[in-house]
Ligand binder design. Structure first.
Ligand code: KPL
Length: 301
């Protein structure tokens, strides 16, 4: 199978590297990483079995690419750009493995190919150009973005599994995406604003804020037709916070590095969907406003 991984940062490099054991993979990556992979291959370190060096193709130019599958792993705010570049080539199917909500619709609006939704809980760190470490074996869950069975998802799930990636094909992606949103809405902005690790949201005073953000997200999910209870959302958020207590959330890493965050696709998305349904979401609104203010202050938006 020919596979393009569009946005080969940490997670994209890990997934692309594992897929490259079995498939013909092209990574679309930053210049320094792409050059290192072209020159010496991609080193896979940490919790992975099998070969520790693979040789995918690597490029910085995402235009004109042809593939059976494009796995999109760019930051949420780069999704439209990635889709426009992919539209200049020919891909038969697209899988979004991104944080936040709304990415699949952006891809589907710009591309002719069917778009699958996905989530990934693998821990990955790009140690340096050409070297990715798997810091925790997780799972890729993928399926039809509107839910229900999908023979395309079954086929892609099979390819992922045969490459050694723990993969579940799910028929309830809308529920899973909203639950993940409730997790990210509760953890990411709070840890970014307080410069703490994920475990900090389990204790007072951050816990009240995180639980409120997750509860609000569940309420909006229900208004959007997805049956996610507030207790379920809070329990999912706390389970992830506990399991990843010592980890730094992606948004806390972005803020620490002075980079733009995915706030619009996380708490900002909750605020937007809440407005569609006339629901108050004061905690998500406040978290989004604080992060956006920080981004504006640094000229990032
Ligand atoms: O997805 C995450 C992120 O950091 O964006 C969580 C679930 C919070 C794990 O760190």
């Amino acid at each position: 199978m020919e596979i393009v991984v569009f946005g080969a940062g940490s997670l994209g490099s890990l997934v692309g590297g594992l897929l490259a054991r079995d498939h013909d993979v092209t990574l679309v990556a930053r210049e320094d990483h792409a050059r290192a992979v072209r020159e010496s291959g991609l080193s896979l370190e940490g919790a992975v079995d099998g070969p520790d060096r693979v040789f995918p193709a690597a490029t910085t130019d995402g235009t004109g690419l042809e593939a059976d599958l494009a796995v999109v792993t760019v930051k949420a705010f780069d999704t439209a750009t990635a889709a426009d570049r992919l539209a200049t080539g020919a891909v038969d199917a697209v899988l979004s493995l991104q944080n936040g909500m709304g990415n699949e619709s952006i891809l589907a609006d710009r591309l002719e190919a069917p778009v699958l939704a996905g989530t990934a809980t693998y821990g990955a760190v790009l140690r340096k150009p050409g070297v990715v470490e798997c810091t925790g074996v997780g799972e890729v869950v993928l399926g039809a973005r509107a839910g229900g069975p999908s023979s395309l998802a079954d086929r892609i799930g099979e390819r992922f599994r045969s490459a050694g990636i723990e993969t579940l094909v799910a028929t309830d992606m809308p529920h899973r995406l909203w639950e993940k949103l409730a997790v990210n809405a509760g953890i990411n902005a709070v840890t970014a604003l307080t410069e703490t690790e994920n475990g900090a949201v389990l204790d007072a005073p951050a816990a009240d804020l995180s639980r409120a953000a997750s509860r609000e997200t569940a309420r909006v999910a229900r208004a959007c037709g997805v049956s996610l209870s507030s207790d379920e959302a809070v329990a999912a958020m706390e389970a992830v916070a506990e399991a990843t207590a010592a980890n730094t959330s992606s948004m806390a890493q972005d803020v620490c590095a002075g980079r733009r965050t995915e706030i619009d696709a996380i708490n900002g998305y909750v605020v937007d969907r809440a407005a569609d349904h006339g629901l108050p979401v004061p905690t998500n609104r406040t978290l989004a406003a604080l992060i956006r203010t920080w981004e504006r202050g640094r000229g990032l938006r």
